[in-house]
Design a protein around this ligand. Structure first.
Ligand code: COA
Ligand code: AMP
Length: 630
């Protein structure tokens, strides 16, 4: 029988499956180690074993110093483009190293030592990336908090991470408003039982912050006064960062990333997934507050010696729907990575792609999408207008890099709109039924990764190993539960259908409906409530809150609904985009009293569905439909 020649992808994936340890050991050669590993993978350590145990390295050295040492100091490392501030600045590798070394010195002077935490609460300014790299330089552990979160969310992260220092800025710039970060930081520190020793505050001219004497230091002054700090080599298994992400409860999970596996996986991904290497320009239009920003604005492009573009702006309105194409023409990335919601925003305002034609996009070779499933019409629209491959790829904060993708570096693009591509070499992806049995191709079930997880994937949760096991490992012994449902088709292409828990994706931002329910339930007039993710043309999903009031509450429903909206904004933040709260008489429940959120979601999405057999009173579904139709 004739055999099809194995594509690059097939051969590389087969090599990984044959011998994962050798596969990763070979790729680890691309990283500079201070000490090599004793065992490439030690199954006796940690929750599922640890990669590169015994090795030592410094991630910042691999991102900056080694490129300077190799003679590439003059190459642009980071281009900051801010239509919000009306500025574009480029930093060479030598400049970025110099600034990072000084900021590391400033952090050290403020008391930060190896293993200690630094919370970074910053807008999309170069100093955010510099602060991250400075922590890595010291062997300290950063924890970046997205700027769209409100003070209580920041406070819970400060309480959990217990930082020695917080790095922040006076303000962020959102279209039409200046977001004062410093008062939010002050409020968060007041709320947190843990108090940082010092705060390093970047003063932006547009709004300068009031400083607290004895605690707050001016970022620029501290940097100027500091002595440059050398890289501190750390064990490969030491945490590089903690990134809090939404879980199924109101309490966010502190995803831990190690140094060694992360460096190897991310460096590998740059060539294998995106097809990029030294000297290439890469633009990830996301935010450093999310994992996409950690991995593909900061660490991976710098590990690979690329030029990374950092963009402080929006896809539309800064100033128009041509903003992305202007940046592409000006800085010439070979690959752009963004969220489908950004493309939908552009498509809504410029369906004909008029703005694309105004700019020279000849150097843009591919568009990668992640954060949520890309709806086929949007993917097809973008591919037709841009005339380049549009590649959806699926991953999560926990994995740090793509679980499935199209692989420019291996000659395999995702062939089907709606599919997230094939499993990355390094990930053994299976579909399981609810009992944990592996399902054949074509059947939908729980997407799970066979252990051990690939390098770069979270080895544990911050100071909560039991929580890690419970959230990811206990349900399907021998596997990591991704929390997503999906199917692998006959060709091996994977489609991700959605979460199996109460996490929702709003404009590519991962949010917990459970956390929003906790906020609604705290309102004095609310007896019980439910929050579900409702389909939205622009953001993919938006939250919808239903609340039942306590008996005897006579205040107008609209007033209480408005208070609930304000409460979620104040407690979680504007990023939750919680704008729709409805007061209802009853919530649909099973006979055992469980709220039927899936039924509420289907009604909100306008999907007719028969009442589930377990429902206590089917008439409630009609009541809900009637409230939602108003
Ligand atoms: N700091 C402070 N506030 C922020 C913020 C930040 N870093 N980021 C967002 N917000 C605020 C916004 O100002 C907005 O507040 P508002 O309610 O007062 O208008 C709210 O949070 C929601 O913001 P956003 O999600 O940006 O929605 P939008 O309606 O303003 O814009 C899009 C819609 C689609 C243009 C926008 O969501 C977008 O660019 N999405 C791409 C997201 C992305 O890149 N995700 C990365 C995952 S890979
Ligand atoms: P986050 O941890 O914020 O990156 O969110 C991860 C979740 O977003 C995943 O578990 C998926 O539910 C969803 N997600 C991310 N990328 C994709 C994609 N390409 N296709 C489908 N869902 C995605």
């Amino acid at each position: 029988m004739d055999q099809q020649p194995a594509s690059g992808y097939d051969a590389v994936y087969a090599a990984f499956r044959r011998d994962p340890k050798t596969f990763w050991e070979e790729r680890a050669e691309a990283i500079e180690w201070e000490r090599r590993w004793d065992r490439v993978f030690d199954p006796t350590l940690g929750t599922f074993g640890q990669w590169f145990a015994g090795a030592r390295l410094n991630t910042c050295h691999n991102c900056l110093d080694r490129h300077v040492a190799a003679g590439r100091g003059a190459q642009a490392a980071l281009i900051w483009d801010s239509p919000m501030a009306g500025q574009v600045r480029s930093f060479s590798y030598a400049e970025l190293r110099e600034r990072t070394a000084r900021v590391a010195g400033a952090l050290a002077r403020a008391g930060v030592r190896r293993g200690e935490r630094v919370v970074i609460y910053m807008p999309m300014v170069p100093e955010a990336a510099i602060a991250m790299l400075a922590c890595a330089r010291l062997g300290a552990i950063h924890s970046v908090v997205f700027g769209g979160f409100a003070a209580p969310e920041l406070a819970s992260r400060i309480a959990d991470a217990q930082p020695t220092v917080v790095v922040s800025a006076s303000c962020g710039l959102e279209p039409g408003r200046v977001v004062a970060y410093k008062p939010m930081l002050d409020a968060a520190i007041d709320l947190s039982p843990h108090k940082p020793r010092a705060c390093l505050i970047l003063q932006r001219d547009v709004l300068r912050a009031e400083m607290q004497v004895g605690r707050d230091l001016d970022f620029d002054e501290a940097e100027a006064a500091a002595a440059p700090q050398d890289c501190v080599p750390v064990p490969a298994t030491d945490p590089l960062y903690i990134l809090f992400t939404s879980g199924t409860t109101g309490r966010p999970k502190g995803i831990v990333r190690d140094n060694g596996g992360h460096a190897v996986a991310l460096q590998t991904s740059m060539g294998m997934v995106y097809g990029l290497g030294t000297g290439d320009v890469f633009w990830t239009a996301s935010d450093v507050g999310w994992v996409v920003g950690h991995s593909y604005i900061v660490y991976a492009p710098l590990l690979a010696g690329c030029t990374t573009v950092m963009y402080e702006g929006k896809p539309v309105g800064t100033p128009d729907a041509g903003a992305f194409w202007r940046v592409c023409a000006q800085h010439a990335p070979r690959v752009l990575f963004t969220a489908p919601t950004a493309l939908r925003a552009i498509k809504q305002q410029d369906p004909e792609g008029t703005h694309m034609r105004r700019h020279d996009l000849s150097r843009l070779e591919a568009l990668y999408l992640a954060g949520e499933r890309c709806d086929p019409p949007t993917a097809i629209w973008a591919a037709e207008k841009l005339k380049i491959p549009v590649v959806d790829h699926w991953w999560q904060t926990e994995t740090g890099w793509a679980i499935t993708a199209g692989f420019r570096g291996l000659g395999l693009f995702s062939p089907k709109p709606g599919s997230g591509g094939r499993p990355s070499p390094g990930h053994d992806l299976q579909v399981l039924d609810d009992s944990g049995a592996v399902l054949p191709r074509g059947q939908t079930g729980n997407l799970a990764l066979r252990l051990p997880l690939a390098p770069g994937c979270a080895p544990t949760l911050w100071q909560n190993e039991a929580g890690y096991r419970a959230a990811y490992l206990d349900d399907f012994p021998g596997f990591y539960r991704t929390g997503d449902a999906g199917v692998i088709d006959a060709d091996g292409d994977v489609s991700v259908m959605g979460r199996t828990d109460d996490i929702i994706n709003v404009a590519g931002h991962r949010l917990s409906t459970g956390a929003m329910e906790e906020v609604l339930a705290a309102h004095p007039d609310v007896a019980e409530c439910a929050v579900v993710g409702m389909r939205d043309d622009l953001k993919g999903q938006v939250p919808l809150g239903l609340a039942v009031l306590k008996a005897g509450v006579a205040r107008p429903a609209e007033t209480i609904a408005a208070e609930l909206v304000a409460l979620v904004r104040a407690r979680i933040g504007p990023v939750a985009a919680f704008r729709d709260a409805r007061i209802v008489a009853r919530l649909p429940k099973t006979r055992s009293g469980k709220i039927l959120r899936a039924s509420i979601r289907r009604i909100a999405d306008g999907e007719p569905a028969a009442p589930p057999p377990t429902i206590d009173d089917p008439a409630i579904l009609d009541e809900i439909a009637s409230v939602l139709s108003r």
